[in-house]
Design a protein around this ligand. Structure first.
Ligand code: DGP
Length: 148
């Protein structure tokens, strides 16, 4: 998938937003949803999506939608810090299937970082190494508890 193309209604994140697939939810408001990544790059790796935008990537996204998403990113970052006390947090967003994007519903990665883990590397997990769903749910509950 290149930068161009049509939005696919049955992409994984659209199905999660519609409640057709489960997720380890950490936060939701009227316009955005935050949940844990199933193939985490670190403990607490979260994703934030717009619930209404059909943008596949940053080239298509409405200013209002990306504003809402980034407002939630800041809240998620604070919650991750509160729950996990990382040394840092990186925020990443991929565009284009040939350069790192695998799900074509715009999403922002919020990744807690610890200084003993490699810095600046966005893909250091083993491809296909999925988190254990029950562990992910427990972790999500800890992070969700940070939102007041
Ligand atoms: P990207 O490469 O930027 O398109 O990131 C997509 C991320 O989505 C990747 O880190 C793995 C994650 N992911 C893929 N499928 C699922 C899923 O079904 N549930 C969850 N929670 N995350 C998923």
């Amino acid at each position: 998938m290149s930068l161009d193309g049509a939005y696919e209604d049955n992409n994984i994140f659209a199905r999660i937003i519609r409640g057709e697939l489960p997720c380890a939810k950490i936060f939701e408001d009227d316009t955005t949803l935050a949940f844990l990544d199933i193939a985490p790059q670190s403990t607490g790796h979260a994703l934030v999506v717009s619930k209404w935008s059909r943008a596949r990537n940053i080239l298509e996204v409405e200013p209002r939608a990306i504003g809402e998403v980034m407002a939630t990113v800041t809240r998620v970052a604070r919650a991750l810090r509160g729950a996990l006390n990382p040394d840092g947090i990186h925020v990443a967003q991929f565009n284009g299937g040939d350069t790192g994007q695998s799900v074509f519903h715009l999403h922002v990665h919020v990744v807690p970082r610890w200084k003993n883990l490699p810095l600046g590397i966005l893909r250091y997990y083993e491809p296909g190494a999925l988190a254990e769903p029950a562990e992910l749910q427990k972790l999500a509950a800890r992070i969700a508890a940070q939102f007041t």
